[in-house]
Ligand binder design. Sequence first.
Ligand code: DX5
Ligand code: ZN
Length: 216
Amino acid sequence: MAILSPSILSCDYMNMERDFTECKNMGVKWLHVDVMDGIFVPNITFGMGLVKSMRKVTDLVLDVHLMIDRPLRYVEQFCANGADYLTIHVEADTPENTREALLKIRQLGVKPGIVVKPKTPAEAIKEYLPLVDMVLVMTVEPGFGGQKFMSDMMPKLKQLRTMLDEVNPACYLEVDGGVDLNTVVTCKENGADVLVAGSAYFGSSDKAAFTKAMEA
Ligand code: DX5
Ligand code: ZN
């Protein structure tokens, strides 16, 4: 069984609460929150304030993806504001600070995740695998929704599933970027069990059927 995590990057920003409620009614269990700082990625979205407001209006699992430089500076606030999963980029800081951030997230009662950009090899996160509850493999360059799925990330996905099976088999393996009803097939074949979909979910005319098909 897979889990769909619709990315709210593609929701209607003037009607967010309505969209979150609709997600729940469609059978969605998670929401993916893309935090971008304009430095780590060339785009700016939303921050810890939105997470706090979301926590007040939805009981869906908040899967927060931090695309920010030196995330250690902010993990405490995201945890306090209601993130359930807090995922940081391995490219965003030194190994010491990355480890400290992951340990801090867990200490604060939140599930830590580590994410790799397309050009970053699986080996770059080997040392963090025992410390996390989720590994995220980007299947586009982070920054924008609606980009083309990079199928050449599939060997890395498979490699990470094999590595996780040895040291942390319960850890989720998530994919993010260009995931839709077609590209999800290869993602699942290569070991993904959490599927982020922004434009494909919010652009779907039958969101309940989309959710069911993605999670099948
Ligand atoms: C990209 C974000 C994604 C994005 C995916 O940097 O991390 O979560 O919302 O959007 P789609 O599903 O449209 O590719
Ligand atoms: Zn994301």
